[in-house]
Design a protein around this ligand. Structure first.
Ligand code: NDP
Length: 283
């Protein structure tokens, strides 16, 4: 049984990015990421801090916008516009969720697709679906890297993704399809979820319910990717999978913490370098 080490693999990716950043710097090209946060949601602040730390590690400049909770839509749109126009800014990241009075869709749509390092703009989504160049959303792209770099073959495998959100489930399914997996997407209306999951050679759990997936959902020898992340009553992190219950069944599994989580930030760093490549091409 293999524990898929997201910490180690994400470190490797960050080191690869660091080298590319150094190479670009040697050619006279600095990379900068604008990080926009509205309000002071504690979880968001932790994510933003980790993203800035990763930028520092790989040599990318992070330009921080820490805006007050009461920021208006117009003010936020003006900052996005300014970052779009600033040729020194290569990537724009708006930390989600935004406070309720702000229109998230309008903000994400306003980001220049060539700076859309989160990969949430409809242009990025479209490019991903048709297999064109563009940004891939960080969490599912990180899962693909985890599988590939752990030697897990996707081609021809039964892949079951549970969850269909725009940031995890749907793009996850699309990326597995791109790798020639046979993909099933499940959600809260799926009938016989256990039976569908039991078909999976590769099961991706992304529903946001702590320890939901026990051994009844797992085929012997399956590879299990646990995207969920929760804090339990003892303030310890756990995933969507009941790890202790499934350990003896699986052939490989990602731990929580130290599995998918660290990959998301590593792929964001990768996308910042990708931004420079995309910006070199014609609009
Ligand atoms: P959402 O809440 O947006 O989506 C959850 C999805 O799971 C929905 O499609 C929902 O179905 C489905 N679902 C919920 N309950 C069930 C059920 N009982 N049976 C089948 N399907 C179900 O969550 P996200 O996709 O944003 O995130 C999922 C998890 O991943 C969360 O724990 C989140 O914290 C974590 N996460 C981790 C990241 C990382 O870096 N490690 C990054 C992003 C997320 P329906 O559409 O029918 O409602």
């Amino acid at each position: 049984m293999q524990i898929i080490d997201g910490k180690k693999i994400s470190q490797k990716i960050k080191d690869e990015v660091k080298e590319e950043v150094a190479q670009l710097k040697a050619e006279g090209k600095d990379i900068a990421l604008a990080v926009i946060q509205v309000g002071a949601d504690p979880a968001s602040s932790v994510y933003v801090r980790n993203k800035k730390r990763a930028c520092e590690y790989v040599g990318i400049e992070s330009v921080s916008y820490e805006l007050p909770e009461e920021t208006t839509q117009e003010e936020l749109m003006a900052i996005v516009d300014k970052c779009n126009k600033d040729s020194k800014i290569n990537g724009i990241l708006v930390q989600l969720p935004l406070p309720k009075h702000l229109d998230e869709d309008e903000v994400l749509l306003a980001i220049d697709p060539k700076k859309d390092v989160d990969g949430f703009h409809p242009v990025s989504v479209g490019n991903m679906v048709i297999g064109e160049k563009g940004f891939l959303p960080c969490t599912p792209a990180g899962v693909i890297q985890l599988l590939k770099r752990s030697g897990v073959e996707i081609d021809g495998k039964e892949c079951v993704v549970v969850g269909r959100s725009n940031i995890v489930g749907k793009p996850m399914a699309m990326l597995l399809l791109r790798e020639n997996g046979t993909v099933t997407i499940c959600h809260s209306h799926t009938k016989d979820l256990k039976e569908v999951c039991k078909r999976a050679d590769i099961l991706v759990a992304a529903i946001g319910k702590p320890k939901f997936f026990n051994r009844d959902y797992i085929k012997e020898g399956a590879v299990v990717i646990d995207v969920g992340i929760h804090r339990n009553e003892q303030n310890k992190l756990c995933g969507d999978v009941d790890r202790d219950d499934v350990m003896d069944l699986v052939s490989a599994i990602t731990p929580v913490p130290g599995g998918v989580g660290p990959m998301t930030i590593a792929m964001l760093m990768y996308n910042c370098v990708e931004a420079v490549r995309l910006q070199k091409t014609e609009r």
